[in-house]
Ligand binder design. Sequence first.
Ligand code: ATP
Ligand code: MG
Ligand code: FE
Length: 351
Amino acid sequence: MKVLGVESSCDETGVAVVEATPTGVPKLRAHALHSQIDMHQAYGGVVPELASRDHIRRVVPLTRQVLAEAGVDLAEIDVVAFTRGPGLAGALLVGAGVACSLAAALGKPVFGVHHLEGHLLSPFLASDPPEFPFVALLVSGGHTQLMRVDDVGQYELLGESIDDAAGEAFDKSAKLLGLGYPGGPVLARLAAFGDASAYSLPRPLLHSGNLDFSFAGLKTAVRTQVLKLGTNVCEQDKANIAAATQEAIVDVLVRKSIAALKQTGLRRLVVAGGVGANTMLREQLNAQCAKRQVRVHYPELALCTDNGAMIALAAAMRLQRGAVPGFDQGFDVRPRWPLTEVQPIEVQPIA
Ligand code: ATP
Ligand code: MG
Ligand code: FE
């Protein structure tokens, strides 16, 4: 079974082909990505209308490129998958519209995928894929959640951010330091030159006794420090604040992940989403998990942020478990769609 996946929920157009046998982990045949970061940079954030228009421009050439790289003919595609939500409504409609038109033209079914399920399952495309059940730390630009995952579609929310997401905390702090958009990776690089102990930043909810997070106060603390330094701010100050910010975010993420492992008694952790690319987070999780004989799994670096591969993969894993793709039903998107509301798979796979 060959699945074509289209991602267009925000500012990345991603297309991929994944191939799956009835059992076993699906394999990535090819994927292509166009990031709109340069286009949105001038505005300091994503401009939804520009995002939609750019997805329109990119999606067909990217699809052609991916099929050529995979050596797969369009007629060989069995199912066309697309991101149904959550995300920007206009941006989602582009991917949904293209996927459904293509499927209708080919006489093939379509499959709408939850974007966060894509992130969550993306480590299955790594060389050392996880096994169920596991604790998942989902840390992206819009979400910070700890989940117990028993299988595809079986998600129990253990805790989440009550305000900003971890990626948002990276990005907003980076913006305050004048590091551009999205500043998460830039802040992480600058942090390597800083002294985290130069500033003491808050770690809200660290001792809350539950698995929730809060990052809004951190951004306010960074703003206060930046304002205090005013025009006297030098590169070393910026690097020190960056290091202290990264340390505060990573510290909370690591400690709550360990607490989630303890609470569930599980010995496997899966990290997914853009912040999962952060080196310090990976190093500290690796160290803490090694001490506790817990295995940690990450997506390939290139598949941490948005991409089409995770969308094709999530569709393929659902189809392997007996989910039924739709034919010619029209389409809808769900800009707001909590992961805990996705349907578990009820149909049993055909042996
Ligand atoms: P969501 O998936 O919740 O809808 P999103 O799709 O915007 O949000 P992702 O694409 O998963 O999120 O991740 C983007 C986020 O990851 C941004 O906030 C970005 O700053 C952050 N990020 C990427 N690389 C790093 C890094 N090395 N260190 C810290 N943050 C990073
Ligand atoms: Mg993005
Ligand atoms: Fe995402």
